[in-house]
Write a protein that binds this ligand. Sequence first.
Ligand SMILES: Nc1ncnc2c1ncn2[C@@H]1O[C@H](COP(=O)(O)OP(=O)(O)OP(=O)(O)O)[C@@H](O)[C@H]1O
Ligand SMILES: [Mg+2]
Length: 559
Amino acid sequence: MIQAAIMHGVSHQPTLWRLVLSQPRAFAGATAWSVTNTFFDFLPEVMVGLAVDSAVQGQKSLLGSMGIVDPWHQILLITAAAFLAWGVESWSQYRYMIAWRSLAQNLQHQLRQRLARHVLGMRMDVFERRSTADLTTVMNDDVNQIERFISDGIHSILSLIVGFCLVFAFFATMSPVAAMLAVLPAPLVVIISRLYRRRIDSRFLSLRRYSGAISDAISNGLRGFMTIRAFGQADWEVERISRQSATYRQAAIAAARLSAGYVPVLRMAIVFGFAGVLLYGGHLAVSGEIAVAAYGTLVFLTQRLLWPMASMALLVEGYQKMQASLVRIGELLALDIHCPISKMPDRNHEGGPVLIIDDLTFGYEKSNPLWTLNLNVSAGERVAVVGRSGSGKSTLLKIILGFYEPTVGQVIVSHHGKPAAGASGISYVGQHPYMFSGSIADNLRYGNLTATDEELVAVCKALGLHDFISALPDGYRSALGEDGCLLSGGQRQRLAIGRALLRQSSVLLMDEPTSALDRDSAQRVFEALRRHCQDRAVIVVTHRADEHCEFDRVVDVSA
Ligand SMILES: Nc1ncnc2c1ncn2[C@@H]1O[C@H](COP(=O)(O)OP(=O)(O)OP(=O)(O)O)[C@@H](O)[C@H]1O
Ligand SMILES: [Mg+2]
């Protein structure tokens, strides 16, 4: 079910219920182990009561009245029962911990998958307006927060509820008045918790947001390392990070102040119940209405009933943090994703142009179009796109890739004679090509995951890269560093071209692919294009007039 939700991006707002119920069997199993554990966790107090009862009352004890006459036999039976209870408690603890943690890990994994699919499918303009560091915080920290709550929090809540019911039932059979006294603080606890929740709610959400802002400031500081050092602005960057950090600190301290006050206030509420049972139970025991052992058990159990309520503070805090994370995840999932609509061509493609640009108009602001274009490109044709800086050449390539919706008109790409949706059927060399951390071979194979070593070598030889790569100690397995920082500008550009050439596509788009190359290297690239692109439509954005002779046509978008 959740898999289907992941695939279709439905039910944007995940809730705790929706999440855990997506794995009903695992959830039911974990719940059953938690309930069993809580039940057996309460038995020792009852056994202490029974043991005291047997020691004090002898044959007239509860067990005595049940037919076990010898007090020593009674004690032996209680001891054996204690062994059993402890055994079941330990086993069920082992099982519930595994069950909740596995469920939490599975849900965390699914949520990460769903978010990764969603973010990588986001509309380009929506993605461009989000900071990547903030997105990372949501996809990592917020998801972890949910995992943490499911791992430990749900068991604690269940244990609180089940424990409360068990003790209340026991009290009710012993003395209904004592039961009322013991639960006296419960409404107060609920009221205090609700007041607290309302106030802390927004503080935790702000904290999560500030945390995203800090990640953003840190990641800016790291990604801009060279620029920062070159401009001697390290102090200014540190100042920027510390400003964000100070805002976070202030908000975190305010939240801590609020949460720190919660436990003492709750404790004072709880003491009413404890004192009530102590007084009233004492009165019953003194007047002989209940046995001493029953009084002892009542007092012990009051502790067991009331103190977990104090731990509600932590639970509520964990719940609120998880809720804040769910809100942020929901906000992200509610952002528009791009659904490329495959447009059927209104003409037969077999043998026709592989790229049709039909009355295409686009502007980032609809009222301000960059250009209007009509262009048909057949397989084997090479077209240069020229124009002044900022005239919309890179934008044209992004529209062909399906990154933005045209304001008017349409783009049709055909791959193997069939219309291709979005970027399928297209190879692309961006103006600032990105290199993934990994080896040279990994980056080349990004174009074609099944390319053989021989194919990699052939492409690199054609682009004049092979000698340089072979001279490296690890050859094609050499690491590139983050975003290819160990490569020269020209090497990086040619690797990006190699990656695009390896992809089986009918259209090749290149954005200033030779801007970092000397004339000879650029010539080699064009030779490689001639050899590898006889059956592809090639569109190249270029500023170099001396390259125009390499093309069948030159289209000026600023004309
Ligand atoms: N994501 C974007 N959102 C809004 N405006 C943008 C975006 N990308 C580019 N622009 C604007 O659109 C115009 C065209 O940009 P584009 O990158 O297509 O130009 P270009 O012709 O490739 O320029 P250059 O030759 O300098 O690379 C520019 O004015 C630019 O500021
Ligand atoms: Mg450009």
